[in-house]
Ligand binder design. Structure first.
Ligand code: HEC
Ligand code: HEC
Ligand code: HEC
Ligand code: HEC
Length: 122
């Protein structure tokens, strides 16, 4: 009885820790907005992409040594210029987000591809 109780408690703590870890792992901005952006910011949900759409971290975090614990895109993608072969951040985002969304739409999974579907007025 006592042992079973301890096992249940350990399992419960493990679930809590796992949830906290998952949240930390995918911590990131919910709204993407570049410096000086004129259009409305773009909503981006990690859980929607990694859990519902099952996109691997490395698909977007494509150059991180450990894609399971990545940093942002800006260290490599400059705001305005090509840097060490990396396209400017706006072009990188557009290619990353829109290419895949077009593929999804072709497979009959609805994902935003038009300007004002991503740059949505609040
Ligand atoms: C799939 C989503 C998506 C679509 C569709 C999209 N964008 Fe973006 N765009 C982004 C993201 C993400 C950023 C970077 C965050 C931000 O908006 O500042 C961005 C940034 C920009 C920027 C630089 C920031 C600014 O506001 O000045 C411009 C300009 C822009 N997009 C124009 C467009 C235009 C024009 C279209 C339609 C032809 C378009 N975007 C369609 C996701 C999208
Ligand atoms: C569909 C694309 C996409 C996928 C898949 C994705 N991410 Fe991200 N992630 C982003 C974008 C975009 C940002 C914002 C980057 C920025 O602000 O420079 C980001 C930011 C982050 C950040 C914050 C980085 C920082 O230092 O600013 C972490 C941590 C992160 N993601 C972890 C993950 C993990 C872990 C996975 C897989 C479970 C994952 N991401 C999957 C696109 C993605
Ligand atoms: C450590 C540096 C680094 C980081 C971090 C990084 N990139 Fe890149 N990225 C590059 C380089 C370098 C290229 C040039 C082409 C290549 O080598 O793939 C590139 C190219 C790209 C391309 C164009 C690929 C093609 O086929 O034309 C996209 C899209 C892209 N990055 C999106 C992102 C996104 C989104 C993030 C953040 C979630 C990100 N990158 C983070 C370095 C980086
Ligand atoms: C590898 C594929 C892939 C990439 C890369 C990707 N997405 Fe998506 N996105 C999807 C799919 C699939 C859906 C539809 C998910 C669903 O509803 O089942 C989606 C849906 C969305 C939605 C609609 C959410 C809603 O609540 O209806 C937004 C907004 C979005 N993505 C933003 C972005 C932005 C911004 C980027 C780039 C930083 C991005 N996505 C990159 C596959 C991708």
């Amino acid at each position: 009885m006592v042992l079973a109780g301890i096992a249940v408690m350990i399992a419960f703590v493990a679930i809590l820790l796992q949830a906290a870890y998952a949240q930390k792992k995918t911590a990131g901005p919910a709204m993407l907005k570049l410096d000086g952006a004129k259009l409305p910011p773009v909503a981006f949900s990690h859980p929607l992409h990694t859990e519902k759409a099952k996109v691997d971290c490395v698909v977007c975090h494509h150059k991180d040594k450990n894609p399971g614990e990545p940093g942002g895109c800006m260290p490599c993608h400059d705001r305005n210029d090509v840097k060490d072969g990396a396209p400017p951040i706006k072009d990188a985002y557009h290619k990353n987000c829109i290419d895949c969304h077009k593929e999804s739409v072709a497979k009959k999974v609805n994902a935003p591809t038009k300007c004002n579907e991503c740059h949505k007025k609040q």
